[in-house]
Design a protein around this ligand. Structure first.
Ligand code: G6P
Length: 611
């Protein structure tokens, strides 16, 4: 994630930037920094950790000036450290960036070849050097900036400043949010509207491809070629709290809606296709030989992440024809461990701090396994202690109930399965490329589910007063039944159980009556008919049935009480992703209808750092 801010006016810039960064701190707290332009030139301050550290620094030695840019970081490239903190500087130019520059390695090599020295491991630093280089031939800051934007691939919101041109800020957006505002004799930039509300309620939401030149007199927006673009000025009447949630009533709903982007970011820049069409995964640092030598694969996690691990088992066994052990962190720790030297041990965790998973990974390492963690929080303990890390790039997850981190984990596990399949020679290049194409279509399928949220709200309204739910799924959707039930439990306090649909007749069917809604996951796959038989078994016992199926399957219409469809184009191994999103929305609506504070459910914590 990351938050960026910019100010140019007559007031003390550092004060405005700090106040603004406080509103943006939810976007990342790995480090914070600012650059202020005053009579003495640029003054850049950066501090690792929460914003308070930067605030203390500014109080200790105030910065003087009336123009500046600021940043709060959620690390993606490079550990949280002062060198990796923004703003990044090159000569008399400074920039802040939110997003991922996919071609940064190419750009970095070229710039290094020309003599530019890099001070950080970030992708963002290339932007500062490119801008400094583009200004060498006498181009103005806006002209140079426009040229630089043309060289960038990936996602970004950028703000920049140059000592030589103190009366202008430049900014651009592609795939990351950016808002501009003007009020009195001052103009503002920010990742969301919250920092602007104290100064102006009249804002412009920039769109992808927009480049902005910001002065004390106002904001001029152009496209990447410098042609003027008309962006409406909108009057915002949000409160600060509504604005932090991006206009959504809860962080959970915001994070559910962020999934298409989170999936895209998790996929982006991960795969390299060389000239011969070979695909490789540079982030996975465990060597092909180590993968080939591994006797067993282990996956250990807790809570929602454990459900992702269970999906991983089906996926790996299906794609790699390899047995996989999946365990809950707190169980693994105290069992007689069967981990052997050279095994591959995957630790899945959103936070990278869950005590039970962390300890399991340490134990596996002690026994000689190669530990690869799949984590969302960069620089977390698990990431630091692992032999390799595969980051899900889902951005900060605030709501206690995990949503986007889970779907991000599923996507990361697909990438890993493709990688292992390649090094084992099980998956051919062509199959991998086709699979990657399918993965790239996932954000669109998720978008499709989100657009039909109204249907899920209608289902929620029908059943939210029930006290027990059953969730049934088979094969790779069995863990999704577990996850759907967990989500409902967590945020509605309704008793819900997830079951393997075929196992229901061995016990849970005794619970079924007209008062127990049964959620059945029956997308188009080789077990569809069998799942429908299980659905009929509960229907016969009068249970209201809520079926989740694919567009082409029409025979559930007459038997199920409610039917929600995911797109037909979703292949069976990817169905867990859109199905999960639909179940998240269902749980969300039920929780809200029951009056629960869904972002902060009772007794739960976002990150459980105790045993
Ligand atoms: C807590 C959270 C869950 C999460 C679990 C594992 O229980 O409330 O949402 O799934 O921890 O967290 P991790 O950060 O390791 O994925």
């Amino acid at each position: 994630m990351c938050g960026i801010i910019g100010y140019i006016g007559d007031a003390d810039a550092a004060g405005v930037l700090l106040e603004g960064l406080k509103r943006l701190e939810y976007r990342g707290y790995d480090s914070a920094g600012m650059a202020v332009l005053g009579r003495g030139g640029l003054d850049v301050r950066r501090r690792v950790g929460v914003l308070r550290h930067l605030e203390d620094e500014v109080r200790r030695a105030p910065l003087a000036g009336t123009a500046g840019i600021g940043h709060t970081r959620w690390a993606t490239h490079g550990q949280p450290s002062e060198e990796n903190a923004h703003p990044h500087r090159s000569g008399d130019v400074v920039v802040v960036h939110n997003g991922i520059i996919e071609n940064y390695l190419d750009l970095k090599r070229r710039l290094q070849g020309e003599g530019f020295a890099f001070a950080s491991e970030t992708d963002a630093e290339v932007i500062a050097h490119l801008l400094a280089r583009a200004m060498r031939d006498g181009r103005s800051l806006p002209q140079a900036f426009q040229a630089v934007v043309g060289e960038l691939q990936g996602s970004y919101a950028i703000a920049g400043l140059c000592e030589r041109e103190p009366d202008v800020l430049v900014a651009a957006r592609s795939g990351c949010p950016l808002v501009a505002g003007h009020g009195g004799e001052a103009s503002f930039l920010a990742s969301d509207v919250t920092p602007l509300l104290a100064h102006t309620r009249r804002v412009q939401f920039l769109e992808d491809g927009d480049v902005a030149v910001v002065t004390r007199r106002g904001v001029t927006v152009t496209d990447a070629d410098g042609r003027p673009v008309d962006r409406d000025t909108v009057a915002v009447d949000w409160t600060t709290e509504t604005a932090e949630k991006g206009g959504y009533p809860h962080f959970m709903l915001k994070e559910i809606h962020e999934q298409p982007q989170a999936i895209l970011d998790t996929l982006r820049g991960r795969t390299v296709v060389d000239d011969a069409g070979r695909v490789s995964f540079p982030d996975v640092t465990i060597t092909p030989d180590e993968f080939r030598a591994a006797g067993q694969i282990w996956i250990v996690a807790c809570g929602t992440s454990w459900h992702a691990g269970l999906v991983g088992k089906y996926l790996f066994e299906e794609l790699l024809h390899k047995p996989v052990h999946v365990d809950i962190g707190s169980e693994f720790r105290y069992r007689k461990s069967m981990v052997r030297k050279g095994d591959i041990f995957l630790a899945l965790s959103q936070s990278g701090e869950t005590a039970d998973t962390l300890d399991a990974a340490r134990e596996a390492r002690r026994l000689g396994a190669r530990v690869l963690s799949v984590v969302n929080v960069v620089g977390s303990t698990m990431a630091r202690e692992s032999d390799g890390v595969l980051y899900t790039r889902c951005g900060l997850e605030i709501s206690v109930a995990s949503t986007k981190a889970f779907t991000g984990q599923l996507v990361a596990l697909h990438l890993l399965a493709l990688h292992i399949g390649r090094v084992h020679g099980i998956l051919k290049e062509r199959a991998i490329r086709e699979w990657l194409d399918q993965l790239r279509q996932l954000p669109g399928h998720v978008e499709d589910v989100i657009k039909r949220d109204g249907e899920l709200l209608a289902v929620a309204k029908r059943f939210y007063q029930k006290n027990n739910f059953l969730y049934l799924g088979r094969w790779i959707n069995y863990p999704i039944a577990l996850e759907g039930a967990l989500k409902l439990k967590e945020i509605s306090y309704i008793h819900a159980e997830g079951y393997a649909a075929g196992e229901m007749k061995h016990g849970p069917i005794a619970l079924v009556d007209e008062d127990v809604p049964v959620v059945v996951l029956a997308p188009q796959d080789r077990l569809y008919r069998k799942t429908v038989s299980n659905l009929m078994e509960v229907k016969t016992r009068k249970a209201p049935v809520i079926a989740f199926t694919s567009e082409g399957e029409l025979d559930l219409e007459d038997v199920a009480d409610c039917v929600f469809r995911i797109p037909d184009a979703v292949p069976p191994l990817l169905a867990p992703v859109p199905l999960t999103v639909a179940l998240q929305l269902l749980a969300y609506h039920i929780g809200v209808l029951r009056g629960i504070d869904v972002d902060r459910p009772r007794n739960l914590a976002k990150s459980v750092t105790v045993e």
